[in-house]
Design a protein around this ligand. Structure first.
Ligand SMILES: [Zn+2]
Length: 383
């Protein structure tokens, strides 16, 4: 549900790398702060300062290397996750780092622990590598390059330490959750405890950040930025707990309560144009079963129509664009709604057919699950 605000950078080891649009703002801010504040401060006491072009060029390169480090952090989570059987389709890089889109939760506390710790360990390793480079080469490198290496070493270690704070959903919170989970054998309860801890840390950050504005002693060590990080921690902890509750809720609801019942099937011999005007524009379903001689043979979705050029709509039959039933994911009406949600995430598809025997009872889409949550659990209305 995070797509639409991000852009695809490429693929590494079968994982799609996306960049959230907010990332560009932060990237620009990073370059700006390095070139106008950090580097000039370091170079102020150097006999032959670097040219503005060199300073800005180094600022861009340093920012690229930093975001490369963030990516390496996320990739190490992903590779460990995959080794433990949790598929990772994509990584999205955000303002505060990255999010690896896990399609499933880890099965055991041990798996979760290894997955969570992998990222910070990668950041520490990268940070140490930059510091070692600096230690080995600072005599031969120009001051600007030394400043960049020091910055990259420090920021990676800060990133690791920040991520190790024991507030869920940060890595440290996941490590903490895996330990509580190992003790209580109850994932929901462990998540709740980790989430409350995360919110607690967030509030401490908010109070300290705000207090730094009025208490001079505090102001020496921390800034109001800490309050912003605290606010981020509180909201992230809250929403990730909601996600676990959502899973818990949906896994107790039969999919028949959530599905859009298929009252009518589309004749396979209809034209696509008729399908649009007589079915899709009139009903609320984004996919419909297709029948031929009284038997359901496939499914046609709005996306199949959209893939067809508009001037071909009247000359094409529904049977030509429908997908055979065998390609669809199916569930029984008594299966739970969470099963439908995770099927959609796994298959990267927008729908699951609900069938009983040969009969298509209904269709579940992301939209129908969201609508159900909005009517039955208004607190989830955010999607
Ligand atoms: Zn991480």
């Amino acid at each position: 549900m995070l797509s639409g605000r991000s852009f695809r950078l490429g693929r590494i080891g079968g994982i799609t790398i996306n960049i959230d649009y907010t990332w560009f703002i932060i990237f620009a801010l990073f370059v700006f702060l390095l070139a106008t504040a950090y580097f000039p401060a370091v170079l102020a006491h150097v006999p032959h300062p670097a040219s503005p072009l060199m300073v800005w060029g180094t600022a861009v390169l340093t920012s690229v290397l930093f975001f490369g480090s963030v990516l390496a952090h996320e990739l190490s989570h992903s590779f460990v996750a995959r080794r433990h059987g949790i598929p990772i389709n994509s990584i999205t890089l955000f303002i505060f780092g990255g999010v690896a889109q896990m399609e499933d939760e880890p099965q055991t506390p041990g798996d979760e622990f290894k997955m969570a710790i992998a990222g910070p360990l990668a950041s520490i390793a990268i940070g140490v590598l930059f510091i070692m480079l600096l230690a080995g080469a600072h005599n031969v490198l120009p001051p600007l390059a030394n400043a960049a290496l020091w910055y990259l070493g420090a920021i990676n270690i800060i990133l690791a330490v920040f991520n190790l704070l024991p507030g869920f959903p940060l890595d440290g919170g996941r490590v903490f959750r895996s330990l509580v989970w190992a003790i209580t054998h109850d994932l929901r309860r462990a998540t709740q405890i980790a989430s409350i801890t995360g919110q607690g840390f967030g509030w401490i950050f908010i109070v300290l950040g705000l207090a730094s504005l009025v208490v001079p002693v505090l102001g020496k060590y921390i800034t109001v930025w800490m309050a912003l990080i605290g606010w981020f921690l509180v909201s992230a902890a809250r929403s990730s707990y909601q996600q676990v509750v959502m899973r818990d809720t949906l896994s107790h609801v039969p999919v028949r309560d959530v599905m859009h019942p298929t009252v009518e099937a589309v004749p396979a011999t209809l034209s696509v144009q008729q399908l649009v005007t007589d079915y899709f524009l009139r009903g609320s379903s984004s996919a419909l079963p297709v029948e031929l001689n009284g038997t359901v043979t496939g499914v046609v979705g709005v996306e199949d129509v959209q893939a067809l050029p508009r001037d071909a709509w009247s000359g094409t039959l529904v049977s030509e664009i429908a997908r055979p039933l065998t390609q669809e994911q199916t569930l029984h009406p008594d299966d739970d709604a969470w099963a439908a949600t995770s099927r959609m995430a796994h298959g990267n598809r927008d729908r699951v057919l609900i069938t009983e025997g040969d009969h298509v009872e209904g269709i579940v889409t992301r939209g129908s699950i969201l609508r159900w949550l909005q009517t039955h659990k208004p607190g989830f209305a955010t999607g």
